[in-house]
Ligand binder design. Structure first.
Ligand SMILES: [Zn+2]
Length: 157
């Protein structure tokens, strides 16, 4: 692969080691032209299968654009969104499968989004779980209340 500094079309691998518990390989490369070093990561391609049956490569930016809408007007920074997308990718890669259902990507988004911002979570969940009535919102809010009551009880005991 070409050197990111001088664009020399050739580079030499000086070191390879596995990362992420064997899910990827990190290589240190050196450019024979400018002698600068850089790293590359290699991991199995992860495909997302949509409801239509079509598949496309997993993309963090797709995760971010999907979540960004739900975060409109909320105090959520771009850095936090990037971190969320990273968590989602780590979660879906943990399954070890080369293909993952788009629905499961949505599931993997719910948990980190809940930790990030509850309002954004409710908005995202309402679309993702296709809430149809106020009762659906009530049920989801009840669920959140029950969970936070549970963690309060854990703290006080
Ligand atoms: Zn170079």
């Amino acid at each position: 692969m070409h050197c990111p500094f001088c664009r020399n079309p050739d580079s030499r691998v000086v070191d390879s080691r596995t990362a992420d518990d064997g899910a990827s390989i990190r290589r240190r490369r050196q450019c024979p032209q400018c002698s600068r070093r850089f790293s590359t990561m290699e991991s199995a391609a992860l495909a997302v299968v949509k409801r239509s049956g079509a598949s496309e490569p997993f993309s963090r930016s797709k995760v971010i654009s999907g979540v960004r809408k739900a975060c409109q007007g909320r105090p959520v920074s771009d850095d936090e969104l990037a971190l969320l997308a990273q968590k989602v990718e780590e979660a879906v890669r943990l399954s070890g499968q080369a293909e993952i259902d788009a629905h499961d990507v949505g599931l993997a988004i719910l948990q980190p989004l809940k930790e990030l911002d509850l309002v954004a979570y409710l908005r995202f969940a309402s679309v993702y779980r296709s809430f149809e009535s106020l009762e659906d919102f009530d049920a989801a809010i009840e669920e959140l209340r029950a969970q936070s009551a549970g963690s309060d009880a854990e703290r006080s005991s």
